[in-house]
Ligand binder design. Sequence first.
Ligand code: HEM
Length: 360
Amino acid sequence: MSGSGSEGNWTYGDYLQLPALLELQGEDRGVSPDEMHFIIVHQTFELWFKQIIRELTEVRDILAQDHVPEEHIPRAVDHLCRTTEIFRLMANQWTVLETLTPQGFLAFRDGLGTASGFESYQMREFEMLLGLANEDRLYGMDPISTFRKLAENSERDAVILARLEDVASKPSLFDSILRWVSRTPIMGSTAGSDGDDSVVEAYVDAHLNSHNKLGKQAAARMSGYGASSPEKAADRFASSHQAAIDYLKPDGEVSRARAGLLFIESYRELPLLTWPRTLIDAIVELEEAMVKWRHAHARMVERIMGRRIGTGGTSGVDYLDATSQYRIFKDLWAVRTILVRPDSRPELENAEFYGYSSEN
Ligand code: HEM
């Protein structure tokens, strides 16, 4: 076993600092086996949170570059995939806690006071790194303002505040990914080149036409099958088409980032788009794993303490269920709603630019 840069004459215990680590599970306070297990599960989660922050900081730094070298993308994907696996592992880790009976939990719960996972600053840090906006949080929560107050009286909270402020001052992963996809070459036209605006607009309009046509066909099919309310189905398709227009042309202007996302998802088989789509897939997969982890937390809590108010003062399970509705990478999810089937996509122009032609 060798350490970072050391000549490596370690013992196992020294390398991992086990004596210090193994003194932190509350035995000095005489905790019960149930409570020690409760502490250990929390601590392992917090250790994983620490690693998640490290992984996501790497991804943020790669993607926030003005020019992201192509060869950096596989590294970003590797960090994202590891983070996803950590969330999957953590989602399964709740089952260990579920061995705690409701009575077993009540036996030490009052001793927690107001301590709650709600105060996990590492969780807030990785949410901010990913790009969860305050206005999308329940209760309009602002993690920074909470720590600003705490930092007035505590050095330790001042350090936490400084970390959170540093993350907030830098672009989030969501900001960076949007900036990056906005530079996607569309129909062979590169962002900022002469005539790019009109190429992109023509592409978006062609896609929207196809989307509209398919929606109308589907509505007609439904009325043909004697749907109970054909008008309602037609209205629904019309409003979903309007939503597609609003997505691609917010305020009437084409969003190049969303057009880029649409292009990548629509023509994902093109060789030049392999890494972009792999990166986007990795982000969506990560957010899905995180949502499932939140959901599994709520189910564990419901099983152990029903619908009591949380020690952090929230409504408990209802609050946790509501947080599993959070979506950070909204544009990456929303584009899925407006895709059209492959044979209805606008015909690809400049196929050779993407390393692909029909003769291939
Ligand atoms: C018996 C075990 C547990 C129960 C009953 C429980 C319950 C709760 C409740 C009710 C909340 C909502 C906030 C509040 O009002 O307190 C919460 C939030 C939270 N819990 Fe747990 N929890 C448990 C275990 C864990 C563990 C092991 C972790 C791992 C670190 C954890 C992490 C969190 C986090 C990060 C939040 C904040 C979620 C957010 O605001 O998005 N919880 N928990």
